[in-house]
Write a protein that binds this ligand. Sequence first.
Ligand code: THU
Length: 127
Amino acid sequence: MNDRELLNIAQVASARAYVPYSKFPVGAALECSDGTIFTGCNVENSAIGCTICAERTAMVKAVSEGHTDFTRIAIYGEGENFCMPCGQCRQFMQEFAPDVEVLCAKGDGRYVSYRLRQLLPHAFELT
Ligand code: THU
């Protein structure tokens, strides 16, 4: 699957976002090394801190189904800026895939690509 196809899946997933507070839907498509794709969207809560981001939704779905080997994650948000993963999501991804490729798209469909190491250098590890 190419980057564009994975980003399209992320965009479709963003349509299921529950965002009554921010009105900012985000979608994620997480690719595993065996080719399995897990999608996620942001799910907000009136207790704002309970909100879960699209990336973590996808990761939790994957890990809870026994998948922990991740190769790429596509993130789509319809804003003017590239939809970059928040700090919490970066740390969450780092736990399983320190070198995962992160594709970050914006509303016009353009995207940028990074390795997680670039987005979270010198990450915390419990060692
Ligand atoms: N959001 C994500 O889904 N992923 C991120 O990495 C950053 C932020 C969501 C959380 C909230 O529902 C909305 O975007 C606005 O912050």
